[in-house]
Ligand binder design. Structure first.
Ligand code: SAH
Length: 386
């Protein structure tokens, strides 16, 4: 069962009159704007804290700001530049949001709640330029990078849903429409595994993660953030050199170059060896074990020969393998692995001393494979709000 919640009114965004987002751009811009109006610069943090730490969704709710300032802020800025186009909740309390951006593009983000964890899965681009053959996000290529504000908004919107159940949609809209800040739950983890290639939008992502990590922000430390990449070696090294404790996941998907190039076309230029070298460098610099993601495509990369080759490739590395049975994407000619093949694959890797897990499928009834729901919604006629 899945419940589609009514659209949430009260959003600050009006596509016809786009205003800059309060979470976007350098804080200097907002600071200068405030100083021009005779306001102390500390208001920047005050305003951002309202949104990031307290779940405030309208300037009017910022009760410690002078009333005229609240009005003026609302005339010049938007608390959120994104609008909730669709909100789906699965029986296991996985929430999926389709957000409409100011340019009418759409992205997806997901909240996964499990064993005391609340994990936000966020997108970094509209579409994706990597072209992995099994993936819905890249079917129409990449349109643009998301801004820092658009990245942070995904986190804030998902955090504002933590602990909320589908059974109480009125509560949600009452809180957003009315002027009561919502009592916010806590997001504990971030996985950058939505649409797009995070390392192709690294500057904005890092800026967003700094805001996310701030104790006056969302308070999510680097160790609780996983960045998943198709494998861009120069960017992996740059990430390593930051000295931050982010967790790196590399989408490997095949144990040799010819097969990987078939599945991940960018591999033709990069090659597995350069990616593994960069990942080893990341491990050396940060001390954090790298995860290798492996989408399991029935009959294509899940046979014993592949498992043995993968075991040889990763031998001697302190690495972890995350197997992801393929989620069907309409119109793509792949299939999920047979249970026996998947089990055989796991056994072979374990026999070679490789740590391996199969990714649990959460919110499967609303899942429709990452990036797919956005495609469906985009195909619907466009209704632009006034
Ligand atoms: N561009 C990044 C993030 C992609 S999404 C990357 O390549 O890592 C995170 C993971 O989900 C990637 O490993 C990606 O290959 C995988 N994925 C994408 N579509 C999928 C599908 N339909 N089924 C299973 N895994 C999928």
């Amino acid at each position: 069962m899945s419940v589609s919640l009514p659209l949430v009114p009260g959003d600050e965004t009006r596509t016809a009159n786009p205003r800059p987002g309060i979470l976007d751009g350098p804080p200097d811009f907002l600071r200068a704007w405030l100083i021009e109006r005779g306001q102390p610069p500390m208001r920047v943090n005050q305003i951002r804290r309202h949104v990031l730490a307290r779940g405030v969704v309208a300037f009017d709710q910022m009760s410690d700001l002078p009333r005229e300032l609240r009005t003026e802020l609302a005339n010049h800025f938007a608390v959120f530049t994104t609008r909730v186009e669709r909100h789906l909740v699965a029986a296991d309390q996985t929430h999926k949001l389709i957000l409409r951006l100011q340019d009418n593009r759409m992205i997806e983000c997901v909240l996964i709640q499990d064993e005391g964890r609340a994990t936000a899965c966020i997108s970094t681009q509209v579409g994706c330029g990597m072209g992995c053959v099994f993936c819905a996000s890249g079917i129409n290529g990449v349109v643009r990078n998301l801004t820092t504000g658009e990245l942070v908004e995904q986190l804030v919107r998902l955090r504002n849903l933590v602990g909320r159940s589908a059974a109480a949609p009125e509560e949600l809209s009452a809180a957003e429409v009315g002027h009561q800040p919502v009592a916010v739950g806590r997001l504990t983890h971030i996985v950058v595994m939505g649409m797009g290639e995070p390392l192709a939008n690294l500057d904005h992502l890092l800026a967003a993660l700094v805001l996310a990590g701030d104790k006056n922000g969302l308070g999510i430390g680097a160790r609780h953030v996983t960045i998943s990449t198709v494998g861009l070696p120069a960017k992996i090294r740059r990430l390593a050199d930051l000295g931050k404790q982010y967790h790196l996941a590399v989408s490997l998907h095949a144990p040799n170059d010819p097969l990987r190039t078939r599945i991940v076309p960018t591999n033709e230029k990069t090659g597995i060896a350069a990616i593994l070298e960069a990942a080893d460098y990341f491990f050396k610099k940060t001390g954090r074990q790298v995860t290798y993601e492996y989408v399991v495509l029935g009959g294509l990369n899940d046979q014993p020969v592949h498992a043995h080759e993968l075991a040889r490739l990763l031998a001697g590395r302190k690495a972890h393998v995350n197997l992801i049975p393929w989620n069907e994407v309409d119109g793509l000619p792949y299939r999920r692995p047979l249970d026996t093949d998947l089990q055989g694959f796991i056994t072979t890797l374990r026999r070679h001393g490789i740590s391996v897990k199969v990714r649990k499928r959460k919110g499967s009834e609303i899942d429709a494979a990452c990036g797919q729901l956005r495609r469906q919604v985009e195909a619907e006629p466009l209704v632009v709000p006034d």
